[in-house]
Design a binder for this molecule. Structure first.
Ligand code: FES
Length: 143
């Protein structure tokens, strides 16, 4: 492929996404892991095979910190990063109300064909938070 074709391809991929998506993809601030995390949850996207692991530190009933490791596309990385920003400082119940649609809206929208990518981060977070709640309520019940 000629250099012009490659440049054109890169430009057309970039134009699919909002500036906010590209910013979170290029400079994800929440990338990494939390060694003493209260929650570590990994999910895979059955549509494409991409995977993400979310780490959450809980203090009281609030989310103190969130980190992620995402092996996926531009949308998957950007949604993981922005969701981490959105839930820090929130209670577990508040975080459970945030949907993948909210995350996509926060990013200024995603291309229709990439909407499935936004579910990865929310799914991992929700799954991890629910397990945490179950574990802690059964401990309170003496179970
Ligand atoms: S293509 Fe796999 S998460 Fe986007």
């Amino acid at each position: 492929m000629a250099a012009g074709g490659i440049i054109q391809g890169v430009l057309s991929i970039a134009s699919l996404y909002s500036e906010k998506v590209l910013e979170h993809f290029r400079n994800p601030k929440n990338l990494g892991e939390i060694p003493d995390a209260d929650i570590k949850e990994t999910v895979g996207n059955p549509v494409c095979g991409d995977m993400m692991t979310v780490y959450v530190k809980i203090e009281g009933n609030r989310i103190k910190d969130v980190k992620f490791q995402t092996f996926g596309c531009v949308s998957a990385i950007a949604t993981s990063d922005v969701l981490a920003d959105m839930v820090k400082g929130k209670t577990i119940e508040e975080a459970l109300k945030i949907t993948s649609r909210d995350v996509a809206e926060e990013l200024g929208g995603l291309p229709k064909v990439k909407l499935h990518c936004s579910s990865l981060a929310a799914e991992a977070l929700h799954k991890g938070l629910k397990k945490y709640l179950e574990k802690h309520s059964s401990q309170k019940d003496g179970g």
